[in-house]
Design a binder for this molecule. Sequence first.
Ligand code: DAH
Length: 351
Amino acid sequence: MSNIEALKQEIVETVDAANDMQELESLRINVLGKKGRITDMMKSLGQMSPDQRKEMGQSLNLLKNEITQKIESRAEVLKNKELNQRLENEKMDMTLSIRPEQKGSIHPISQTIEEMVSIFATMGFTVAEGPEIEDDFHNFTALNFPPEHPARQMHDTFYLPDDPEKKSDDAHLLLRTHTSTTQIHVMQNTKPPIRIIVPGRTFRSDYDMTHTPMFHQLEGLVIDKTSHMGHLKHCLTTFCKKFFAVEDLPVRFRPSYFPFTEPSAEMDIGCTHKDGKLKIGAGSNWMEILGCGMVHPNVLSNCGIDPEEYQGFAFGMGVERVAMLKYGIPDLRTFFESDIRWLRHYGFGPI
Ligand code: DAH
């Protein structure tokens, strides 16, 4: 076998043995590069006789072409192998189910509103909404607040800068301090019978364990020709029993005062304090839960409804307050701190 033949066989063997592209590339440089073995041999052609040079030159050119082709076809094989390996390693099984750990949760306020709405819905109430930016008329005057009532004072109400074209005191803009404002909108625009609840945001300038500047209320309003205090008591008692899931829940109605109802009452539910924990149900204590009453005739007239013909009842309760009682949440402020650990603990799953 000639030297060239032997060399060719040796190179072909190493090319076939190359396991990856890097190895093949260094081999190529070793053989065909500027200082490669075949290149070196080509350089020595100059020292040969013309005949030898011709013969040797042809053989070397042939060898060079053959080796180049051999390297190219090996490169093809190796590239395919690498691609297949990557496809295997980076494979994703799209049929796998998503990770089971839960990332988000439903805020206790949303959950509580959802529960309240669904209970009142079974009693025929529909949900109404009203604006959060109100005027003095809807928040106070129409609801029969006397002109000097303390709730009108600056310390309680967030007032907005006045419109320079404001015509009267009733037009002062403010953030609604209660959802009772929506009673007015609905009565102004709906012919009775009316049976609505209004869950929504309310605002008062106050901040401590039991007050935040923004909080939620749920308002209720029933207007027709016959509803009376007995209906009010039954409606709210039914709600509380269902909401707290206590069938024999004791309730009581204490006389109270609200400008927009007459008579007015506050409703208490039975509870016990034991080992620093509160338990809702028959026991030795009472817990105030909401305000209510028969809609004041002045309020009906203020909305264009004849109090000689129509009557009804209204109620309002704090959503955070009932959520705290039901789910044992001790501090109101934590509702709005957006602490992920708090949400994980008190939040609800979507199902
Ligand atoms: N608006 C009252 C408040 O914010 C709550 C309330 C009491 C609403 C009695 C009513 C009601 O509709 O009849 O304190």
